[in-house]
Design a protein around this ligand. Structure first.
Ligand code: NAP
Length: 274
């Protein structure tokens, strides 16, 4: 079965729209962007489109890359204090003279849409209520939408980044999965992936996971987004696997659209203060 991320995203958007239709005001998102970068621009355009599609407010605040760290932090603090603002995003990477860490720490945890603030990361780690980073949240949302029971499953996550692999492993563990995280120093990766009920790949190498590395009962989630000859390609060799494994996400049309849509769920949580 090929997992239809667009369909899942559509349902999340409908849920988001219904959720706030009777509220006194609409939820509002503010994004900060420094300088010009085509891939960041297209990412933020997508966020804007998603917000507008469900009648959420969206404001993009642009600065030159020469802005001082202090001025950027003050602009963020101003939005932290604005009661009309429910979610704040700062497009990374930042220029060298600005500390990513200080920027992340400055965004109020209750407005942190990416879930990168250490307070949110710590709460997530402890199994407490936290804003969860969108990509891992998207993967969990896909499992929920497809009613995949994670309890007792052997799940291999390939990739240990702070924004995907690590938080995802924690979320899976909270659902009682047995989780193994693999990375570039893992020995005999195949020995793990072959045994896995579910494999989630976030390495950033086109067609990294091949049919020989998986069992036919596996569910494969491809987080990878790599541009090859102008085309978006995942970390999984989709063509060789799509008729072999139990379920698989395509790229594009898998995790990507769901990641985009679950941002709305984080906005709603902040908006409602839950
Ligand atoms: P990252 O920070 O570069 O991390 C990549 C991870 O892959 C690292 O943990 C690295 O191991 C591991 N790795 C690299 N080569 C490996 C190998 N040969 N064998 C096993 N593991 C290997 O990347 P990321 O930010 O997590 O992103 C990963 C992919 O997901 C990229 O394609 C990115 O574009 C995509 N992505 C998609 C979304 C979405 O919404 N769909 C969101 C974010 C990212 P080490 O730690 O040992 O270096």
């Amino acid at each position: 079965m090929i997992i239809d991320g667009k369909e899942i995203a559509k349902k999340i958007k409908a849920q988001a729209q219904n959720c706030c239709s009777n509220c006194a005001r609409k939820p509002n998102v503010v994004a900060f962007m420094l300088g010009e970068d085509p891939s960041a621009e297209s990412y933020l355009r997508m966020i804007e489109k998603t917000c507008r599609s469900v009648d959420f407010g969206y404001e993009l605040i642009r600065f030159e890359t020469s802005i001082s760290e202090e001025a950027l932090l003050n602009a963020i603090i101003e939005k932290n204090l604005d009661r009309q603002v429910d979610g704040i995003l700062v497009q990374m990477p930042l220029p060298e003279h600005i500390s990513e860490e200080r920027v992340i720490m400055t965004i109020a945890p209750e407005k942190d849409l990416d879930g990168f603030h250490p307070l949110n990361a710590g709460r997530l780690f402890k199994g407490e209520k936290a804003t969860r980073p969108c990509t891992p949240l998207a993967v969990m949302t896909i499992f929920k939408a497809l009613e995949v029971d994670l309890d007792g499953k052997y799940i291999v996550v390939v990739g240990r980044s702070n924004i995907v692999g690590k938080p995802l492993a924690v979320m899976l563990m909270h659902q009682n999965a047995t989780v193994t995280i693999c990375h570039s120093r893992t020995l005999e990766l195949e020995a793990h992936t072959k045994k896995a009920d579910i494999i989630i790949v976030a390495v950033g190498i086109p067609k990294f996971l091949t049919k020989e590395m998986v069992s036919e009962k596996a569910i494969i989630i491809d987080v990878g987004m790599n541009e090859v000859d102008g085309q978006m390609v995942g970390d999984v060799d989709f063509e060789s696997m799509k008729d072999y494994v139990q379920m698989i996400t395509p790229v594009p049309g898998g995790v990507g659209p769901v990641t985009n849509a679950v941002l709305l769920l984080n906005v709603i949580e902040h908006f409602k203060g839950v």
